[in-house]
Design a protein around this ligand. Structure first.
Ligand code: HEM
Length: 363
């Protein structure tokens, strides 16, 4: 066959080899990751250029049709999934679903910031420094904190594993002489910091029902931890937190070490070259009293505007994504790294040296 005659088999092979890359862009439902899955790769020599599908997908990776995308793109409201629930009786479910479906990333992020604030109270930061746990096992402390707290939220206060997690948390605190005021203050940060974060950076504000559920949830957690004089309303939690910080925030070398270790850990959640940006971004989200208490430099108005702008842009994007249909649990997040083969609540946290429970649980 002469070279000039058409050869369909050769042309199809060439076409495939030289076709442009095709694949699917997938935005994670929380708009915290964007991935491209490649279907074919090459450069097409003739005919129509192939197209890349840019597709918004739900957490299952299910492709959304253009019609669905258009509907969400126009800001079609997502239904509030807990609108039929009573926060006085169903607070556990409402709060759990806030974490699993509505605001998984925002809650994880804001609770991390809530704990971070508490290191600026010297009596708290100093103790956490003295146990050396944060300096030596930062990732594990992060993981155990998140997983033990999630165990209670996911399974409930009265479930066997929820009770086991509470036993562990209370056992750890009993090893130290912790002031009741400090316990109450930490509890208040868990209620107030996420509410303020979601109001500023969430894809929507919390509803009154959700806020009440969060208050009731942490009141119950506080009672299970033996905390007394727990505030009765959100406003009372906020007044307690703000007043305590105004009075107690101060520099302490130990608190600063714990803050440094935590910030260093945060940078490991993102690609390494981004570390300086993550540090700057994190500082840009701290208010001046918090920065001053740690002796951190003010990041400046530009960094603040960029960081807050990025979070608000993310919120606008999430608002347009379809509702999450499968729960997102902290234990499934890539940032939790200590237990690739699963965890046993009884063996988590810290133990007094030689504690027999630890030996039994880890046996
Ligand atoms: C509502 C209040 C509080 C909650 C919900 C809470 C929660 C937790 C959780 C989940 C853990 C286990 C995490 C791990 O293994 O690292 C933990 C450990 C610990 N907590 Fe708390 N905590 C509270 C208040 C406080 C306060 C006020 C202090 C200190 C003044 C404190 C000091 C510690 C210490 C020393 C540990 C052991 C781990 C270590 O040495 O870093 N906690 N807490």
């Amino acid at each position: 066959m002469a070279d000039t005659e058409p050869n369909p088999a050769r042309e199809t092979a060439l076409d495939q080899l030289l076709a442009p890359p095709t694949g699917t862009w997938v935005i994670d439902h929380d708009a915290t990751s964007l991935s491209f899955s490649l279907h074919s790769f090459g450069m097409r020599t003739r005919g129509r250029f192939g197209s890349m599908n840019i597709t918004i997908a739900g957490p299952e990776g299910a492709l959304q049709t253009r019609a669905v995308r258009r509907a969400y793109g126009r800001g079609m409201a997502k239904a509030v999934r807990n609108a039929h629930l009573d926060p006085e009786t169903d607070y556990l479910r409402i709060y759990r679903e806030l974490g699993e479906y509505e605001f998984p990333w925002d809650l994880t992020q804001s609770l991390s910031f809530a704990l971070f604030r508490t290191y600026a109270v010297p009596s708290i930061g100093r103790l956490l420094d003295e146990t050396h746990e944060f300096a030596e096992r930062t990732q594990q402390r992060y993981d155990d904190t998140a997983l033990l707290l999630e165990e209670v939220t996911v399974h409930g206060f009265d479930s066997p594993s929820g009770r086991e997690a509470l036993r562990r948390i209370n056992g750890m605190h009993r090893m130290y002489d912790i002031a009741a005021d400090d316990m109450r203050y930490v509890l208040a940060t868990f209620v107030v910091v996420p509410k303020r974060w979601i109001d500023r950076y969430g894809w929507r504000a919390l509803t009154d029902r959700e806020l009440t559920a969060s208050v009731r949830y942490y009141q119950a957690l506080g009672r299970h931890m033996g905390i007394t004089d727990i505030p009765e309303t959100y406003e009372a939690f906020a007044a307690l937190m703000d007043g305590y910080e105004a009075e107690r925030f101060a520099f302490d070398a130990g608190g600063r070490r714990v803050a440094d270790a935590t910030l260093a850990l945060l940078t490991t959640f993102y690609p390494r070259p981004l570390a300086p940006a993550v540090r700057l971004f994190s500082r840009a989200l701290m208010d001046p009293p918090l920065l001053a208490a740690f002796g951190y430099r003010e990041p400046g108005p530009l960094a603040r505007r960029l960081s807050e702008g990025a979070l608000r842009a993310r919120a606008r994007l999430v608002r347009r994504l379809p509702p999450r249909r499968r729960p997102m649990l902290v234990r499934d997040m890539a940032r939790i790294k200590s237990y690739p083969d699963g965890f046993d609540v009884r063996a988590m946290g810290t133990f007094a040296p030689g504690c027999p429970v630890h030996q039994r649980a880890s046996a």
